[in-house]
Design a protein around this ligand. Structure first.
Ligand SMILES: Nc1ncnc2c1ncn2[C@@H]1O[C@H](COP(=O)(O)OP(=O)(O)OP(=O)(O)O)[C@@H](O)[C@H]1O
Length: 238
């Protein structure tokens, strides 16, 4: 897709700037959530076993269907990850961990740990980490489903948006694949790959806790720090 943007030079002559965007797939409003999963997340699942960090996020106006579209994806991905762990990568020491947190009003809260307040810090290797974030080791779909439901129930919602159940927070659910070091279960397992799902609050003004532009801009910059620093660089979007 090419966007032609008309601009003005300093001498006030008009010119057109061309912006080119490449999409792997374009899905219309008729497609089901299953097709969304099939076209977007499903092809990414096997590569997180190959040291890849991938991100799936929805961006758009309040009420455009971000939460509706994002909600089924983590569970479907978990099902496929567990299937790969129990069959293709059987007995290779892979483990799956789930964490779920939200950014609300510029602060981070653990959705699986009674909304415990979290801190973002940079370690000695300039890696940004979220201190205190609880990760749960999981080996069956039912447990993951319960954790996702628990996290969703802890999310901050508000009724100030166009949509009654509008999510006023940005929720980040991570599925981390780890592997035990040299098959030694007593040592902490090492991170192999990660699949992150981000459900952003509506992109219009006032999508956050205050209607203040400066605050909204700050929250968005915080999200992108989280995306690029802790989640990984191999990002893609719906
Ligand atoms: N494809 C769809 N089919 C049927 N209903 C849908 C679809 N997409 C969204 N909806 C419904 O539209 C309403 C708004 O959707 P949703 O909450 O997903 O929007 P949102 O973009 O996440 O909004 P916000 O940014 O305010 O959280 C919900 O009631 C949802 O059930």
């Amino acid at each position: 897709m090419t966007v032609h943007e008309t601009k003005l030079k300093v001498d006030l002559t008009e010119y057109v700037e061309k912006h080119e965007f490449v999409f792997d797939a374009v899905l219309n409003e008729e497609v089901s959530n299953d097709e969304v999963y099939h076209e977007t997340v499903e092809p990414i699942v096997p590569i997180i076993f190959q040291r890849v960090k991938a991100t799936c996020f929805a961006y758009g106006q309040t009420g455009s269907g971000k939460t509706y579209t994002m909600k089924p994806l983590p569970l479907k991905a978990s099902r496929d990850i567990l299937r790969l762990m129990h069959h293709t990568y059987r007995s290779q020491g892979f483990q799956l961990f789930v964490s779920f947190f939200e950014i609300y009003g510029g602060k981070l809260f653990d959705l699986l740990s009674d909304r415990k307040k979290l801190c973002m810090r940079e370690d000695g290797k300039q890696q940004v980490c979220i201190v205190g974030l609880q990760e749960y080791k999981v080996s069956d779909v039912e447990t993951i489903k319960d954790l996702i439901e628990k996290g969703n129930a802890s999310r901050s919602t508000g009724t100030t948006g166009a949509n009654e159940e509008s999510s006023r927070s940005h929720a980040i659910l991570q599925l981390a694949i780890k592997k035990s070091v040299d098959g030694n279960e007593s040592k902490p397992p090492r991170l192999v790959g990660k699949l992150s799902f981000i459900d952003l609050a509506g992109s219009e003004r006032g999508a956050d806790t205050t209607d203040n532009d400066k605050q909204t801009r700050y929250v968005y910059s915080l999200i992108f720090v989280v995306i690029f620093a802790t989640i990984g660089h191999t990002s893609w979007a719906i």
